[in-house]
Design a binder for this molecule. Structure first.
Ligand code: SAH
Ligand code: SF4
Ligand code: F3S
Length: 472
């Protein structure tokens, strides 16, 4: 059987399981006298969120009503394990779910996502959270319908974790959170093994989707009302290298740009070591690729970068960022920074601050280093004491905020296009739109604007967002 037929067969198999699961949900509905409810909770990154949309798509097909409240008939936690606080949140909230379950005997609880790829987590759940009904991992999420059926047919905990996979199953249902924008996986896994990071262990090796499958999915999304897409991968710059017919990420973008009706293209994440000149030129000349580049720095100290296995130096990073700012002056550059990597000194933190000042990040996510079992950094014997990390973190955060504020202010008075995303949370007479450079702008408007791209004049800068006015 060739690869494509095999993939199609698997998709058909899963649709059959959705029908089977629908039978169980229908029986439950008859018993309850109402449609059973389900809640999908996302704990992680954009990829995790996209997976949640796939889970929701299948649950909806099975006949559940999607709700936000976790006091539901079926709750699934799509977990993250990139930092320990993500794990702690899951354990804390499982206790609350158990309380709901005691009052609702029909309730089922499932766990999936990155955290489930860690054997120690499974042991802990088996021992301390025996009320969980279903557990699976990242590699077999495509068989969620099948696992759901198994959950209904079995009494105890159903556990199915795969160590890795080379499978990419296409064409399963998806229930999007936003009608007008969507994430889309272009690749899975990661081969980089940054020494602090657990992602390669829980997401497996890098696999790129076929450009044809990606284009077909985007065309389908556009036909369904999507105007903005975010291409997702741990390192999009190495997209396509291992395909039978290799394609570069820049070439993929050029193909996507041609899709009629698609207005905006975003992507995440770019690893600095693989960012090509070809990509910079494609971005520079594109009408659809947003003026935003997320370019994780992690540290500004070459010594720490080497220990992190990031494979670029401070100087190389600075040169790259400077070149990008020269080529695309209106671009917004954002980053991720880790403070407290083993062996990091006050001087190293100063190097990071130096890079922040020079690159002038438009925004940065700053994280305290979290020790992840099984990664090389966890075994390093020079872990930094908590109070030292905290002091460095506060210092970095302050510079990040000052720089971001200054950078945001540079658009004052300009007119820009914003994609309206929602009614403003605190003022129902206002809407919130996202600019190409990823800044938010609040301006007077109503629900009829949601999903539309409109021109807005940026009147007042409030630190990290604007208040503006719609212009024709
Ligand atoms: N693939 C992306 C990052 C994915 S994880 C990239 O390489 O850029 C998102 C961010 O989490 C990382 O950029 C890093 O800053 C942070 N992170 C990853 N592992 C971490 C750890 N052990 N402790 C603290 N932050 C971590
Ligand atoms: Fe983690 Fe590095 Fe891979 Fe990003 S590139 S997911 S930080 S190992
Ligand atoms: Fe994302 Fe967290 Fe997994 S950051 S890839 S959900 S470990």
């Amino acid at each position: 059987m060739d690869h494509r037929t095999e993939v199609q067969k698997e998709t058909e198999r899963q649709y059959a399981f959705m029908e089977k699961a629908a039978g169980y949900v229908e029986a439950m509905a008859a018993k309850l006298g109402r449609k059973p409810t389900c809640c999908v909770t996302t704990f992680g990154c954009q990829m995790n969120a996209r997976d949640s949309e796939k889970l929701a798509g299948i649950l909806e097909k099975a006949g559940y009503e999607l709700v936000e409240d976790e006091n539901a008939d079926f709750v699934i936690y799509n977990t993250c394990t990139v930092r320990d606080n993500a794990n702690q949140k899951v354990y804390g909230r499982l206790g609350v779910l158990n309380g709901y379950k005691k009052k609702n005997p029909h309730m089922k609880i499932a766990l999936c996502g990155c955290m489930m790829q860690e054997p120690s987590v499974i042991e802990k759940i088996k021992k301390s959270y025996p009320f969980v009904d279903l557990i699976f991992g990242t590699h077999n999420i495509f068989k969620f319908a099948e696992l759901l059926t198994a959950m209904f047919e079995n009494k105890g905990m159903v556990i199915d974790i795969w160590e890795d996979t080379d499978k990419i199953v296409e064409d399963l249902p998806v229930e999007r959170k936003y009608p007008f924008k969507s994430g889309i996986n272009i690749m899975f896994g990661c081969n980089n093994f940054c020494s602090y990071c657990i992602v390669p262990y829980v997401r497996g090796r890098e696999r790129s989707r076929n450009p044809k499958d990606i284009i077909r999915e985007i065309e389908g999304l556009v036909a369904d009302g999507v105007v903005e897409i975010m291409l997702l991968g741990q390192n999009v710059n190495s997209y396509g290298k291992n395909l039978e017919e290799p394609v570069t990420f820049a070439q993929l973008l050029t193909q996507i740009e041609k899709i009629e009706g698609l207005e905006r293209i975003r992507f995440m994440t770019s690893h600095p070591k693989d960012l090509s000149e070809e990509l910079i030129q494609v971005m520079k000349h594109s009408k659809k690729i947003c003026r935003h580049l997320h370019l994780p720095l992690q540290s500004g100290s070459t010594r720490i970068l080497t220990a992190m296995n990031r494979r670029y130096t401070k100087e190389q990073y600075l040169k790259l960022a400077e070149h990008i700012r020269e080529e695309i002056p209106d671009i917004s550059i954002t980053t991720d920074i880790i403070v407290g990597f083993p062996g990091e000194t006050a001087e190293d933190v100063e190097e990071t601050i130096d890079v922040i000042r020079r690159v002038k990040y438009d925004n940065a996510f700053t994280f305290i280093y979290s020790k992840r079992t099984g990664t090389p950094a966890a075994a390093m014997d020079n872990q930094v004491p908590e109070d030292v990390v905290k002091a460095g973190f506060d210092k970095v955060l302050k510079v990040v905020q000052d720089t971001a504020r200054e950078q945001a202010a540079r658009y004052q008075g300009q007119v820009m296009e914003a994609l309206v995303e929602e009614i403003n949370e605190s003022d129902p007479g206002m809407v919130t739109g996202r600019l190409s450079n990823n800044l938010l702008v609040h301006f007077p408007g109503d629900a009829s604007l949601i999903g539309k791209i409109v021109r807005v004049s940026l009147e007042e800068c409030h630190g990290f967002y604007y208040v503006g006015k719609r212009v024709e």
